[in-house]
Design a protein around this ligand. Sequence first.
Ligand SMILES: Cc1cc2nc3c(=O)[nH]c(=O)nc-3n(C[C@H](O)[C@H](O)[C@H](O)COP(=O)(O)OP(=O)(O)OC[C@H]3O[C@@H](n4cnc5c(N)ncnc54)[C@H](O)[C@@H]3O)c2cc1C
Length: 448
Amino acid sequence: MSADPAELRDSLSGDVLTSTDREYERARLCFNLLIDRRPALIARCADADDVATALAFGQEKGLEIAVRGGGHNPAGHCAVDAGLVIDLSRMRNVEVDPENGIAVSEGGATWLDFDAATQAHGLVTPGGVVGSTGVTGLTLGGGIGHLTAQHGLTCDNLLSAELVTPGGERVRASAAENPELLWGLRGGGGNFGVVTRTEFRLHRLERVVGGRLDYEGDAVREALRAFRDVDRHAGDEISIQCQISTQEDLTPTLVVVPSYTGPDEETEEIRALRSVPGLVNDGVREQSFLDQQRVFDPGYGVDRNYWKGHFVRELPDELIDLLVDRMSALGRPPGAILIESLRGAPKDFDPDGAALGYRDAAFNLSVMASWIDPAADDEHIAWARETAAAIEPWSVRGGYANYMQADEPLERVRGAFGPDNFARLQALKSQYDPENLLHRNQNIPPAG
Ligand SMILES: Cc1cc2nc3c(=O)[nH]c(=O)nc-3n(C[C@H](O)[C@H](O)[C@H](O)COP(=O)(O)OP(=O)(O)OC[C@H]3O[C@@H](n4cnc5c(N)ncnc54)[C@H](O)[C@@H]3O)c2cc1C
């Protein structure tokens, strides 16, 4: 059945792009250039009514449907060849209620939108570390960032959500209404409907002591050991992430990014990190949280990416050496390995309050191959797969759903939740999306 764009245009408050529109090329672009898809229609919805209309239109015309928030998912789930994209990039309003410490965000808001609105009141919720990532997309997979140790995963701070289901129903999930759905949204991804509004708990935050510490050369191994030891004993007022990469000549490099929100100007943890040999740049200082959110600032749609990783229970010397050795295995810079700590507040939340199953891990290790030349696709993808396979003996769970590519087998997705939670998610999927219309995601197939 053919889909006439004019028919959809006439029924939306937002707009509809096709390949003849000037903005189409930019609107179809994903963060990951490895994904190059040409949707038939991109419906840039203005509100929840538009979302319901677009969902109904897509089903009536038999179009495959993708949902786009910030466009960051490395699997490229936000784009679909010859199908319909429900694009939420016009739904980015964020309302802050400072008295009650709550923010309500539309389904397409990015972290830049969210942080700018909440920081205007000296408030924050723990989000992702790159401003152009979608708030909703990140939250639905968990959410790890610069405030994880202090305030938990992003989804731990999700109080409620409003969805349009594939059946066109408007559903609210909160502790009081449909609590099982709220549980599923905390990690279960975009499987149950298009989320049009999310409500978050906010925390007071005036500034951080943060920025980056750059190390290079052989001392990177020692710096990684120091990161691990400092992180293990650190208090809940500091989150620390780090990323290993290489220079062109394969000299290893490491960036360690602390984010301290306590009252002091100097902390024992930052002092210890500064004392490690091999430190070539010390960019740690008191700064605004908005500046902290710019420490990692990759360009959008500039390179090809293939990510694969594991949650691990520990970071022993043997594993650190393996990670550093893998950075030279390709014979040219392969990308990076990101290490995110899950210490602190994530352990304080009720594990039964969220569908995700990795709260007990010590770190998330993400192997992030990135490159420019399409001719190098196979080699970089193989490097990421082999590196992730080498990490597997320390794995505590399947990988982080937010960083998964589309080729992960169902077992890896199931592993990320554990069998019991996965069965509960499948029951929710059967209730809200029995036909699996929303399958362009880290998919949870309906039960049965
Ligand atoms: C550069 C970069 C930095 C990142 N940093 C972090 C980080 O610091 N911490 C972290 O935890 N993760 C991070 N991520 C991973 C990111 O959280 C996930 O990839 C997430 O899915 C991106 O959401 P998005 O809306 O930007 O992406 P999109 O590609 O637009 O959406 C991805 C999928 O999310 C679902 N989705 C998005 N919005 C909605 C909605 N409103 N309703 C229903 N479903 C929806 C859909 O299934 C959609 O296909 C990062 C990714 C990149 C590329």
